[in-house]
Design a protein around this ligand. Structure first.
Ligand SMILES: NC(=O)c1ccc[n+]([C@@H]2O[C@H](COP(=O)([O-])OP(=O)(O)OC[C@H]3O[C@@H](n4cnc5c(N)ncnc54)[C@H](OP(=O)(O)O)[C@@H]3O)[C@@H](O)[C@H]2O)c1
Length: 230
């Protein structure tokens, strides 16, 4: 690769997203990260720069289309007009029996896990088209293909994201834009912390394992619909 990759990562301040940000930073990448919490954004940008990358904080809420539009605009400006990698990573991990799922939680999950990535991609597409090796990674979940108890919100939205990814591969192939759904197993992140008891005795992935798989796929030019990790 001649020039450093220009990568935009939603949820880049914690867990899997932060590990992806640091993996690309170690390669000297330009790394723009989006999340809601500004202190976390500033801290992570400093860590990106200490690791050898260049960082940019793009505050946004996945449930607020206007803030996503502004965040992508800021990232593309930071990149100088083209985006090589979009990682739609931010998303919810929660468990609830179907009887306890209500319209509020249903819409919250759809908003963060499905509509948010749609808006981010729609805003980022012109900049991805300016790249000569664009790759979109949507972070799904292995659970979408192997649901377990209390997972209807997670399994439904991540299956939707995987379906969107498969359809996008057909739509964006002529532009040379690769689209891959990453499907990690359960991973030791802050997001999983409230569910620690549920995972007692089960082995978890590290966020770095997921980040390494994404980096390897990007730098190897791997064009696959699904990247399973774990
Ligand atoms: N952990 C697992 O076991 C697991 C397994 C399979 C798939 N996944 C998927 O992997 C992805 C990352 O999960 P994780 O466990 O690493 O998450 P995490 O530790 O909870 O981190 C979530 C990140 O997303 C940001 N975020 C959350 N809600 C947001 C919103 N509404 N708008 C903008 N940013 C938001 C958070 O920052 P702010 O709170 O500051 O916004 C944070 O940077 C998710 O899509 C998840 O569904 C996770």
């Amino acid at each position: 690769m001649t020039q450093p990759p220009r990568v935009f990562i939603t949820g880049g301040t914690k867990g899997i997203g932060r590990a992806i940000a640091m993996r690309f930073a170690r390669e000297g990448a330009l790394v723009a990260i989006a999340a809601r919490t500004s202190d976390d954004l500033d801290r992570t940008v400093a860590e990106i720069e200490a690791a050898g990358g260049k960082g940019e904080a793009c505050q946004a809420n996945l449930r607020d289309h206007g803030s996503l539009e502004a965040a992508v605009f800021r990232a593309v400006d930071f990149f100088g007009g083209a985006m090589d990698v979009l990682v739609n990573n931010a998303g919810l991990v929660e468990f609830a029996p179907f009887d306890e799922v209500d319209m509020n939680s249903w819409e919250r999950f759809l908003g963060v896990n499905l509509t948010g990535p749609y808006h981010v991609l729609a805003e980022a597409l012109p900049a991805l088209r300016e790249s000569e090796r664009a790759h979109v990674f949507n972070v799904g979940a292995a659970l979408a293909d192997a649901p377990e108890k209390d997972s209807v919100l997670l399994a439904t939205t991540k299956a939707g994201l995987a379906g969107m990814g498969r359809a996008l591969r057909a739509d964006l192939a002529d532009d040379g834009i690769r689209v891959t759904t990453v499907t990690p197993g359960f991973t030791d992140t802050p997001g999983l912390e409230p569910w620690r008891a549920r995972f007692e005795g089960r082995s978890l992935l590290t966020p770095e394992q997921v980040a390494d798989a994404i980096w390897d796929a990007y730098q190897g030019g791997t064009d696959i619909a699904e990247l399973s990790v774990g």
